[in-house]
Write a protein that binds this ligand. Structure first.
Ligand SMILES: CC(=O)N[C@H]1[C@@H](OP(=O)(O)OP(=O)(O)OC[C@H]2O[C@@H](n3ccc(=O)[nH]c3=O)[C@H](O)[C@@H]2O)O[C@H](CO)[C@@H](O)[C@@H]1O
Length: 376
């Protein structure tokens, strides 16, 4: 199979594509896989790191707020609209895919549109209950619209060919073993708290975790791995200013981005995170207890609903950003570790929500679509 993936902007769109691509590669080691991402996007680093061929196109999104600067940006976006279409066509004609898979983000727009125009079958996957603009636009003509949540259907084209698949989670995440991961990460028997604010990081989460780690440094009862994200470069310096010298705390591992998330999730006792759809699917796949802090800055407040679907099943604890302070986070952590049964119960309930055969379901859909197209 020659298969072309397109999706990007944040890891929430990239990792599902990597999960599907990884599964295809396992099933068909000879499969030819090419990933098309946006120039300057996280995919430029994450895709080659996962061992897949990568090509980028120049693309940007429209800014909705009217400011002088945004008018300039939007003019550039119009130019990119044309250039990205031409670039996509060129890549597709050269690679000659049997099928294309779009996982959302602006970059999937021109690639999937051009593939369909060239009569190449194309499917898309939507990770959220509230779909992104690109997937909404593509839903009308895609061969299949694969959904993680049936609610997304009502915002998409009426005649679209929907299939409920769940969210694809990378096999590395599903398979990672706790004991082996803890050994590789040189952890001891103290509990591990893993924290990150979505794939780009989050200032509010960083601020609260800064207080948590400062507090934690007094007793060294926990081990911490924290990712401060793209804009949180101030985090290690702030810790030092508070008298927490990382050199004195080998139990604190502070980084801009967690590249070995499969291991970190496997090793963690408690996760503190945003409510991005893929992060939550990973918590479920691993059965991990979490304090979930939904981002309020997303379309239709969808992270709140993502979080509540776990909270309502006793599979996580919510801390809304309006209530988020360092003290509130410290208190929540304290409460969770107070009784020995609380964290294991959350973890078991999270695991009950896992859908573990999404990659296999999607692989079957790709084959079905290919067969269908051949028969036409
Ligand atoms: C602000 C925003 O618009 N967020 C959206 C974005 O979130 P975001 O890009 O944060 O996506 P998710 O939370 O869904 O997934 C993040 C992915 O990045 C990985 N990861 C994260 C941090 C890190 O340091 N290392 C690492 O590997 C996680 O393990 C996960 O695989 O896409 C999601 C899926 O469409 C949406 O549900 C989110 O609402």
């Amino acid at each position: 199979m020659r298969i072309l993936f397109a999706g990007g902007g944040t890891a929430g769109h990239i990792n599902p594509a990597l999960a599907i691509a990884g599964y295809v590669r396992e099933q068909e080691p000879d499969a030819q896989i090419l990933y098309v991402g946006a120039k300057g996007g996280m995919e430029e680093r994450l895709v080659p790191q996962a061992g897949f061929a990568f090509q980028s196109i120049v693309i940007s999104g429209f800014q909705r707020k009217v400011t002088l600067q945004n008018i300039g940006r939007n003019l550039k976006t119009v130019v990119h609209l044309f250039s990205s279409t031409a670039e996509s066509k060129k890549i597709i004609q050269k690679f000659q895919p049997d099928i294309c898979v779009g996982t959302g983000g602006y970059v999937s727009g021109p690639v999937i549109r051009e593939a369909l125009k060239l009569h190449i079958p194309a499917v898309i996957h939507e990770q959220n209950a509230f779909p992104g603009v690109t997937n909404k636009a593509l839903s009308k003509n895609a061969d299949r619209v694969m959904l993680a949540n049936a609610d997304a259907q009502k915002y998409m084209a009426k005649n679209a060919r929907f299939v409920l698949t769940g969210n694809p989670v990378r096999m590395e995440v599903i398979r990672a073993d706790r004991t082996a991961a803890r050994r590789t990460l040189h952890l001891d028997s103290r509990p591990l708290i893993l924290s990150f604010g979505g794939s780009l990081g989050a200032r509010k989460v960083n601020e609260a975790v800064l207080d948590l780690i400062t507090e934690s440094a007094k007793t060294d009862r926990f081990q911490h791995i924290h990712a401060y994200g793209q804009y949180g470069g101030w985090f290690p310096q702030k810790l030092e200013e508070r008298g927490v010298h990382l050199a004195d705390h080998p139990n604190f591992d502070i980084r801009p981005y967690i590249d070995n998330m499969p291991e970190c999730l496997a090793a963690a006792d408690l996760v503190i995170c945003r409510a991005g759809a893929i992060t939550l699917s990973e918590l479920q796949a691993k059965g991990r207890a979490a304090i979930i802090i939904p981002s309020p800055n997303v379309a239709e407040n969808h992270q709140y609903y993502n979080a509540m679907s776990m909270v309502n099943r006793g599979a996580g604890v919510i801390l809304e950003e309006k209530d988020l302070t360092g003290a509130a986070l410290v208190q929540k952590v304290r409460t969770l570790f107070e009784k020995p049964d609380t964290i294991p119960a959350l973890a078991v309930n999270a695991r009950k929500m896992a859908i573990l055969d999404t990659n296999a379901r999607i692989y079957a859909i790709l084959q079905e679509v290919l067969k269908e197209r051949k028969m036409r």
